[in-house]
Design a protein around this ligand. Structure first.
Ligand SMILES: *Cc1c(COP(=O)(O)O)cnc(C)c1O
Length: 354
């Protein structure tokens, strides 16, 4: 399939990114969980990551976990979002490990694991300041103790997630806290923890800063692998490809139009007020892709192409060149938000390339 709109996904570049990160982190004793959610758990991409050396595959959605499980990938599969209690049986069936923050859910996992005669491993997520998921540090020991006693459940380790909800950066303080909590739990439960999962792509700067990484021995990486960027400042990571994935969209209209709208101005379809900066007439082009498929704020066009707006089904750009042909294609680079939406849009083709 080569029609537009489509994403072209270069597997060699993704392999290179994953392999480079795996190697660099191996020096610090850190394993990589390849986070698949932006690919909907694509088995083809999962295979590339496994070949590149990731130690497990992670996803936040049970549907993606099932897709990977059914592809017989020969890898540990980790549910990295706290399970929905109503999905506990599916979690037991398809995931080897799940991240958890509610003891009620872990109790249910234990019941289902016992029924299925399986052992399920639980990693407890700790709140260290970003205020998304996590058990408050003061409550961690009691949750860990009960987890250890639940039938068919093994306490795999602890982890944290920063930089997602409040933009809190991983640093010497919060990471040292994670190490300290790991030590305290080992003492109180009298068992050792396998995995201390320090975070996501936002942890890379801290990891490579040369600071003591304590007991952190795992990171969960999605964006850094797919887009080649760290996520605190969205800087390109040295020697990684930032263009492994490209969006192609087709031109359906191209005209010279006034830069300013005419008539009484109210809200637009999405409630956004348009600001007009230019004067005179401009060359305006419409592409057949829209807010259903992409986040227009997260796209970057080729040289000379400026994105000036989007509605459900139209992406509107201004171009310096006024003869973009009807039926021709323009390419765009995507940020994580645009990538997520494009990957999950049934209207966008996904073309895997080498
Ligand atoms: C999405 C997610 C990740 C991966 O984040 P990236 O920024 O893509 O590396 C890691 N951990 C959790 C819990 C996540 O939800």
């Amino acid at each position: 399939m080569s029609g537009a709109p489509r994403l072209e996904i270069n597997l060699d570049k993704i392999y290179h990114n994953a392999h480079t990160l795996v190697q660099r982190l191996e020096h610090s004793g850190i394993s990589v969980t390849g986070v698949m959610k932006a690919t909907l758990g694509s088995p083809d991409i999962a295979k590339v990551l496994l070949r590149a050396g990731v130690s497990s595959l992670g996803d936040s959605r049970i549907e993606n976990i099932e897709r990977m499980y059914n592809a017989n990938l020969d890898s540990e599969i980790v549910l990295i979002r706290s399970p929905m209690i109503t999905q506990a049986a599916r979690v037991i069936k398809y995931a080897d490990i799940s991240f958890n923050t509610e003891i009620e859910v872990i109790r249910q996992l234990s019941i289902e694991a016992k029924k299925a005669e399986r052992i399920h491993r639980v990693l407890l997520m700790v709140e260290l300041g970003d205020l998304r998921e996590g058990i408050m540090p003061d409550d961690l020991i009691s949750v860990a103790l009960e987890t250890c006693y639940l039938p068919n459940i093994v306490l795999e380790g602890i982890g944290t997630n920063l930089a997602c909800h409040s933009g809190v950066s991983p640093d010497a303080n919060n990471m040292a806290m994670l190490t300290e909590l790991a030590n305290v739990i080992e003492t109180s439960t009298n068992q050792s923890l396998n995995t201390i999962s320090g975070g996501n792509s936002a942890n890379l700067n801290w990891t490579f800063s040369g600071e003591d990484i304590g007991r952190v021995n795992n990171l969960r990486l999605g964006e850094a692998i797919l887009l080649g960027r760290e996520t605190l400042n969205r800087q390109a990571i040295a020697d990684l490809h930032t263009d492994a994935i490209t969006l192609f969209a087709e031109v359906i209209e191209t005209k010279i139009k006034p830069s300013k709208p005419s008539g009484n101005i109210a809200q637009t379809a999405f409630g956004i007020k348009r600001t007009v900066t230019k004067h005179g007439r401009i060359s305006q082009t419409i592409l057949a892709v829209g807010i259903q498929d992409i986040d227009p704020e997260g796209l970057r066009g080729e040289r000379g192409i400026n994105i000036c707006g989007a509605s459900s089904d139209h992406l509107i750009v201004e171009s310096e060149d006024n003869n973009l042909l009807i039926g021709s294609e323009l390419t765009f680079q995507l940020n994580y938000s645009a990538l997520l939406r494009a990957m999950t849009s049934p209207f966008i083709g996904k073309m895997l390339k080498h």
